[in-house]
Design a protein around this ligand. Structure first.
Ligand code: ADP
Length: 191
């Protein structure tokens, strides 16, 4: 099993690259943002709880995110590996994920971090907001808050994986296929 943490700020291209990785390698996609949006749509209690945080561009509390991921992992059967997208977003989430994966004897293989300048992120998110229906992509204030939260709370997660020798950084501006190729090279190297 090969497990990837696909890392980067909002708008870095994690979702786009995840889709391509799934098509090529058959990985299982675990996107906490998608899971929350599904709960929201189905109006579950978890969805209602998450909505208040997502609306402001704040992080949903760690305990809530971790138990949702734990449940998702328990439901997996015969997976070739997982792509974690938008998770872990804090160091406590990273530690909890390590514990969960160690328990399953399927540790994280690599963290691939997509690096994109902030101006480009704002541009991409506002553009996505025109069609995605995501209200958190339609308001510059919310976008700026998400970028700030990323810098303050999420970025330290990169150091956490760096210390484990699992960190790979890839420049995320350019043609989608070129970036994808670089990601695949990083995966093959760590296999
Ligand atoms: P983005 O495009 O900002 O990367 P996501 O779809 O990954 O967006 O997440 C949307 C929102 O869901 C976040 O702004 C946050 O409120 C919440 N969220 C998603 N994943 C997490 C997480 N791992 N920890 C806390 N909150 C999360």
């Amino acid at each position: 099993m090969y497990n990837i943490v696909l890392f980067g700020p909002p708008g870095a291209g994690k979702g786009t690259q995840s889709e391509k990785l799934i098509a090529k390698y058959g990985f299982t996609h675990i996107s906490t943002g998608d899971l929350f949006r599904k709960h929201l749509k189905e109006e579950t209690p978890l969805g209602k709880l998450a909505q208040s945080y997502m609306d402001k561009g704040e992080l949903v509390p760690d305990s809530v995110v971790i138990s949702m991921v734990k449940e998702k992992l328990q439901s997996l059967e015969n997976s070739k590996g997982c792509i974690f997208d938008g998770f872990p977003r804090t160091v406590p989430q990273a530690k909890a994920l390590d514990a969960l994966m160690e328990e399953r004897k399927t540790p994280i293989s690599v963290m691939i971090a997509l690096e994109v300048p902030e101006d480009e992120l704002r541009k991409r998110l506002l553009e996505r907001g025109k069609t995605s229906g995501r209200t958190d992509d339609q308001d510059l204030e919310k976008i700026n808050n998400r970028i700030r939260v990323y810098q303050e709370e999420t970025k330290p997660v990169a150091d956490y994986y760096h210390q484990q020798g699992k960190f790979v950084s890839i420049y995320g501006v350019g043609l989608i296929d070129d970036i994808f190729e670089k990601i695949c090279e990083a995966i093959e190297k760590k296999k």
